[in-house]
Write a new protein. Structure first.
Length: 140
């Protein structure tokens, strides 16, 4: 479906992005992800000149399998990925998918040059293909 491949990511991204600070305890991040039913949180910049980060469910699980994890009060900053790799809102989905495949990522924050305005995941891309194949829209 070439139509989806050529769409800009802003047309299919999830617009509601959840943010967290890097000094928040991991248990709080876990509660937040579960409570808000999200698979990642964007880590806020500490200052205007700092970079965003990201923490995902996978990062949390990877940390909890390490020996001795209960002996330390881990924070989001201890396990986040920073700087986060982002994609521009007007980038075609085909390039986004290629970048995700190359990096082994399931999602990329969408950055407009000033702020993160959304997030695009492999699920968003598959959902859009399915919508077009079914001839209906599942996402407003």
């Amino acid at each position: 479906m070439e139509k989806v491949r050529e769409m800009p990511v802003k047309e299919i991204m999830t617009r509601e992005v959840k943010f967290i600070d890097e000094d928040v305890a991991l248990w709080e991040a876990i509660k937040r992800m579960a409570g808000e039913n999200v698979s990642c949180l964007i880590v806020n910049k500490r200052s205007k000149h700092d970079a965003y980060g990201i923490v995902s469910r996978r990062d949390l699980i990877d940390k909890f399998v390490e020996p001795g994890v209960g002996q330390r009060n881990y924070t989001v900053g201890d396990i986040m990925n920073k700087p986060v790799v982002t994609i521009a809102p007007d980038c075609p989905v085909k390039y986004c998918a290629h970048l995700m495949k190359t990096l082994g990522y399931r999602r990329l924050p969408v950055f407009d040059g000033e702020n993160i305005i959304g997030i695009i995941s492999n699920s968003d891309i598959i959902r859009k293909y399915a919508e077009l194949a079914a001839g209906k829209s599942w996402k407003a």
